[in-house]
Ligand binder design. Structure first.
Ligand code: IMP
Ligand code: ZN
Length: 332
């Protein structure tokens, strides 16, 4: 089963660039920055992907962000992450990242250009697409700036920049602040994906479902057994919006108590569209094959079930029909 999970073609739809850096990449970046102590600090912060609260998880990103501070570092990080996913059998990757400015070293536009550069110069068969993330800790003006960067980048690389993501600390920022920007993105033909229900918040969840993004991340606290309520769960199932399921991320952030109690069980039994994803493979010490294996073991899935799960994720890619057809051929 382990071999099957690795060899099965996979679609990764929920991966944050800075959360996905391997230990080897962190080492290289600290060397590039001439600051070996940053690697030590990262090791202490990550501590082999131990379980911690959601708030502590957000603190950990600081240790990674201290290393991706120049266009050169961002290029290296992106290039390594793409290679990691390709080695893991991922054939299509939607990578997301929050444009970041580092005073005196790079602005947000240069940050995004560096990611695009790395994607374009990658030699391999994996297909990579980019979403820009709006961080909930930012305000509406920064969200608008992110949208502008995405639209400008799409003008130069129409196939490559496919959407906007709303992420960041789920206890920060009200959804209302960001809905106008997300609506504009949708009107401009960008895909919109949203982190949903990482903490219990009934009014916000219902508002997100009404907004109907292309995909929802996590949906952790919607089921009545996980801090939600029947009304939210029923609304989610009725919406048929595909869910990006990040088993290990949810477990390590302690938003689900065990794999067995993960709401994937209920999503599968309802036949709801789902795609397994890593979220932050570097921070949570996982990869997509490992997520497949956990799903198989926990929910008693056969190789046939896994193959169908992986194939179904093609339907939810922010990609044109011709590309989806090409991806499906891998499964024959
Ligand atoms: P970056 O956008 O490439 O810098 O990736 C790290 C960022 O992704 C973090 O600072 C968060 O804003 C966001 N992120 C990563 N994992 C999660 C998650 O599970 N929930 C919400 N936001 C997340
Ligand atoms: Zn995420």
């Amino acid at each position: 089963m382990e071999d099957f999970c690795r060899e099965c073609p996979k679609i990764e739809l929920h991966a944050h660039l800075n959360g996905s850096l391997s230990e080897r990449t962190i080492q290289k970046l600290s060397h590039l920055e001439g600051a070996p102590h940053l690697y030590d600090e990262w090791q202490v912060a990550i501590n082999h992907g131990q379980h911690r609260t959601l708030a502590e998880c957000f603190e950990m990103f600081k240790a990674v962000h201290a290393l991706t501070v120049t266009p050169e570092a961002v290029r290296l990080a992106t290039s390594d992450v793409i290679t990691d996913f390709e080695k893991d059998g991922v054939i299509y990757l939607e990578l997301r990242s929050t444009p970041r400015e580092v005073k005196g070293r790079m602005n947000k536009e240069q940050y995004v250009d560096a990611i695009i550069d790395a994607i374009l110069s990658h030699q391999g068969s994996i297909v990579v697409r980019l979403l820009l993330s709006v961080d909930r800790r930012q305000g509406p003006a920064e969200a608008e700036h992110t949208l502008k960067i995405a639209l400008d980048a799409r003008k130069k690389h129409p196939e490559l920049v496919v959407g906007l993501d709303l992420s960041g600390d789920p206890t920060a920022g009200a959804l209302d602040l960001f809905l106008p920007t997300l609506s504009k993105a949708r009107d401009q033909g960008l895909g919109v994906v949203v982190h949903c229900g990482e903490v219990p918040n009934n009014p916000e969840v219902m508002e997100m479902l009404r907004f109907a993004p292309d995909r929802l991340g996590h949906v952790t606290c919607l089921h009545p057994e996980l801090g939600g309520c029947q009304q939210q769960w029923d609304a989610l199932l009725a919406s048929k919006i595909p869910v990006e399921v990040c088993l290990t991320s949810n477990l390590r952030c302690k938003t689900v108590p065990t794999y067995e109690k993960h709401h994937l069980r209920h999503l599968l039994s309802a036949g709801h569209p789902v795609a397994l994803a890593t979220d932050d493979k570097g921070v949570f010490c996982s990869d997509l094959s490992a997520e497949f294996l956990v799903a198989a073991k926990t929910f008693d899935l056969s190789q046939h079930d896994l193959r169908n799960l992986s194939l179904a994720a093609v339907n939810f890619c922010l990609a044109p029909p011709e590309l989806k057809e090409k991806l499906r051929l891998h499964f024959d």
